[in-house]
Design a protein around this ligand. Structure first.
Ligand code: PEP
Length: 251
């Protein structure tokens, strides 16, 4: 039985003041014993603050990116071990915004996942196709090559053992257009089979999240699908009540 996970990706939003209010609102509404894991991924500069605000709760902390390097002269970068040092359990890697705005390719993302795992983090590997790719019937080919860069790299399978995959169709991120539950399920099943072909146990156990305009009013139907194990939530994670509705749908 896979335990659902709902992770909030705050992206580059907020301030120390809004972070405080948002975490307070979420903490107030998270019932003890909720049968799902919850994680919050604020911008780097607020990790320590938010980690402190989450102390004593079951809500985990995550980063939104990390370097593939351990340490050294990489100005502006943050090492996976630094995320562990400030209390992170998870890190989002290969988000489509990192891929498209910062040129992160499949090989680099695979290196980051391996480095994050080696530092003790649970990587959340993001994959997904653009609208153009979907319309050209290339969804499976694109997702396969994003996955294979990791699955076929040294230590790639090992790095996924405590990892998570997020299927995020690029056309659904921040657009208000959500994949239908069946569209999402089809790709989730494809991802699970692809992982299972390399490691049957991992394929059965790995959590695959859906991301792309998940809201309180569509989360339950998405999370009800057989291979959808929760969500990676952008915009709706910035409002405590909306995020809580989504968390409650993840059972
Ligand atoms: C995301 O950025 O990972 C995401 C899913 O964003 P949104 O929920 O806003 O579509």
């Amino acid at each position: 039985m896979r335990r659902p996970l709902v992770a909030g990706n705050w992206k580059m939003n907020g301030s120390s003041e809004t972070a405080q209010d948002l975490v307070a609102g979420i903490r107030k509404g998270v019932e003890a014993g909720l049968p799902a894991d919850i994680a919050i991924c604020p911008p780097f500069v607020y990790l320590t603050q938010v980690g402190g605000l989450l102390d004593g709760s079951d809500i985990a902390l995550g980063g939104q990116n990390a370097s593939q390097h351990e340490s050294g002269a990489y100005t502006g970068e943050v090492a996976p071990a630094m995320l562990v040092d400030v209390g992170c359990e998870y890190v989002i890697l290969g988000h489509s915004e990192r891929r498209s705005y910062y040129g992160e390719d499949d090989v680099l993302v695979a290196e980051k996942v391996v480095a994050a795992h080696a530092a003790g983090l649970k990587p959340i590997l993001c994959v997904g196709e653009t609208l153009e790719e979907r319309e050209a019937d290339r969804t499976e080919a694109v997702v396969a090559s994003q996955l294979d860069a990791l699955l076929e790299s040294d230590d790639g399978l090992a790095a996924l053992q405590n990892g998570v995959i997020a299927y995020e169709p690029v056309w659904a991120i921040g657009t208000g257009k959500t994949a239908t539950p069946q569209q999402a399920q089809d790709v989730h099943a494809f991802i699970r089979q692809r992982v299972a072909a390399k490691d049957a146990d991992l394929g059965a156990e790995i959590r695959i999240l859906y991301g792309g305009s998940v809201k309180g009013n569509n989360a339950a139907e998405l999370f009800a699908m057989a291979d959808i194990d929760g969500g990676l939530i952008g915009g709706a994670s910035l409002q405590a009540e909306e995020f809580l509705r989504i968390c409650r749908a993840a059972i």
